[in-house]
Write a protein that binds this ligand. Structure first.
Ligand SMILES: NC(=O)c1ccc[n+]([C@@H]2O[C@H](COP(=O)([O-])OP(=O)(O)OC[C@H]3O[C@@H](n4cnc5c(N)ncnc54)[C@H](O)[C@@H]3O)[C@@H](O)[C@H]2O)c1
Length: 270
């Protein structure tokens, strides 16, 4: 069994850096014509260099997911260039917050506008194209915060929980058109958004203690899931959220298994 994505056309938003960049590079390396969008022009220029050096197919656009006029221009340009659009990955996101008592309206709005409204606007723009094709894959970045939120994360968690419900509603609306809509919930993947792996050692240990697989996630873990969800192998999966978190809080205190394993390993003959 093999994943074959060659010749498909994908847009990945917020793909100038971080997980989105890795998703875009992985799709492109699988033969997908990959359109990379972001607000950061310098990061897009670096992506272009890597595409050119690797011989990847696709293009790059400066596009703010809050700007519907610009989104429509980008989608029209993609259709003019490539004639179709098979995959939309709504990866663009922001984090940040504060306890509600001191949370600014600006921070609340930014989380809602980029994470939730941006997902809606991008989806809205590609729906007519995918409906005409009678096929398509929309894959949205939710977060583990949609399941268990963190202190001070009300705006982020509410936006990502919104993405989860938006995904289910849209899956229902687009089922008759053979378009699937899913989202994924990364747990803790060190990026410039969170700097997990650069925090003080005891802080890192506290976070790792929540994981069944007691190590940080990698951007590739998400990119591989996206490849699967975008492929024909996932044609019967829609309206769901897949947790890619190394089993974060799958049990109440995952750390206990590691403490027990450490003492058992001394007496255990492999
Ligand atoms: N890293 C994690 O552990 C983790 C966990 C859960 C969910 N996520 C989600 O995964 C996605 C990627 O996260 P990341 O860690 O790679 O973050 P990141 O900050 O490294 O990358 C986010 C990208 O989105 C772009 N962006 C921001 N605002 C934008 C806008 N208005 N329009 C277009 N692009 C915009 C940024 O320029 C950046 O390139 C986000 O949606 C995030 O919420 C990440």
């Amino acid at each position: 069994m093999q994943i074959d994505l060659s010749g498909k056309v994908a847009i990945v938003t917020g793909a100038g850096r971080g997980i989105g960049r890795d998703i875009a590079m992985t799709l492109a390396s699988e033969g997908v014509i990959t359109i990379v969008t972001d607000v950061n022009e310098a990061h897009l220029a670096a992506v272009k260099q890597e595409f050119d050096a690797s011989g990847y197919q696709g293009s790059q656009y400066v596009c703010d997911v809050r700007d519907y006029g610009r989104i429509e221009e980008v989608v029209a340009s993609v259709i003019a260039d490539y004639g179709r659009l098979d995959i939309l990955v709504n990866n663009a996101g922001v984090a940040g917050g504060a306890p509600v008592a001191s949370l600014s309206e600006e921070t609340w709005d930014l989380n809602m506008d980029v994470n939730l409204k941006g997902t809606y606007l991008m989806s809205k723009a590609v729906i007519p194209v995918m409906k005409r094709q009678r096929s398509g894959r929309i894959i949205n970045a939710a977060s583990f915060a949609a399941i268990v939120p963190s202190y001070g994360g009300s705006a982020y968690a509410a936006s990502k929980a919104g993405v989860r419900q938006f995904t289910r509603v849209l899956a229902g609306e687009l089922g008759p058109w053979n378009i699937t809509v899913n989202c994924y919930a990364p747990g803790m993947i060190p990026t410039d958004m969170n700097h997990f792996a650069e925090r003080p050692e005891d802080d890192q240990q506290r976070l790792l203690d929540t994981l069944t697989l007691r190590r940080w996630g990698s951007k590739d873990h998400v990119a591989h899931l996206i490849c699967f969800l975008a492929s024909d192998l996932a044609e019967y999966i829609t309206g769901t959220m897949i947790d890619v978190s190394g089993g974060k809080l799958a049990t109440q205190t995952p750390k206990i298994a590691y403490e027990k394993a450490e003492s058992e390993v001394r007496n255990y003959a492999p």
